[in-house]
Write a protein that binds this ligand. Structure first.
Ligand code: GLN
Length: 215
């Protein structure tokens, strides 16, 4: 496919995303610094702990988070799972913790309550076909409200759990730990669309991807 997908690798389950991207025939690169972001066509922000990543935004030593915001505003596709969706949200209920504030959604952290921190549900996602998606929630958030330009792709009784706003995609659940690749395929189709409308910005820089990834 010739696409290079960055996976934000500061914390959380980035390795599972990188593996799934590779299974689908695209190249995955771990992103920890702003200069690595320049090598990618798109970015996945994995699940993890949003307060940990929020702390990294304070006094950031390089411009990584600013660079993500800048690229996303220029149209780079970004997919956030669970913690990633919290980090992308404009508003986090009851919290001012650091975030990218790129997507017009308001999220509620740990929305599935203490007795059900983790669960798997068969989720209807019409955009992915008639077969329900095995959605795994691990202390997941929900989206409690969103702007008019946000497309709601799936909901459960607790709230919205999958949504898209232009080049931004979020799921409250974790497809990277299942063997259902449809959400990642959907994201790669967003990346292909974005690429078709614009020539890759860094065609020559790709040569050093492996070197930077330490392979
Ligand atoms: N509960 C975590 C948080 O609020 C998210 C959990 C996850 O990403 N699986 O950041």
């Amino acid at each position: 496919m010739g696409m290079t997908i960055g996976v934000l690798a500061l914390q959380g389950d980035f390795a599972e995303h990188a593996w799934m991207v590779g299974e689908l025939g695209a190249r995955a690169v771990e992103v920890r610094r702003a200069e690595e972001l320049e090598l990618v066509d798109a970015l996945i922000i994995p699940g993890g702990e949003s307060t940990t990543v929020a702390r990294l935004t304070v006094g950031q030593s390089d411009r990584l988070f600013d660079a993500i915001i800048e690229r996303a505003k220029e149209g780079m596709p970004v997919y956030g799972t669970c913690m990633g969706s919290i980090f992308l949200a404009r508003e986090i209920e009851g919290s001012a913790q650091g975030r990218l504030a790129l997507m017009d959604i308001k999220v509620r952290r740990n929305a599935f309550g203490p007795q059900r921190f983790s669960c798997e549900r068969e989720l209807a996602v019409p955009e992915l076909g008639s077969e329900p998606f095995p959605a795994v929630f691990i202390r997941g958030p929900v989206i409690v409200s969103c702007g008019e330009t946000v497309q709601v792709m799936a909901s459960v009784p607790e709230g919205i759990v999958m949504a898209r706003q232009g080049n931004l995609l979020v799921t409250a659940f974790h497809p990277e730990i299942t063997d259902d690749t449809r959400v990642h395929r959907y994201f790669l189709s967003m990346v292909a669309e974005a690429g078709a409308s614009k020539e890759s910005r860094f065609p020559r820089a790709r040569i050093s991807v492996e070197a930077l990834a330490g392979r």
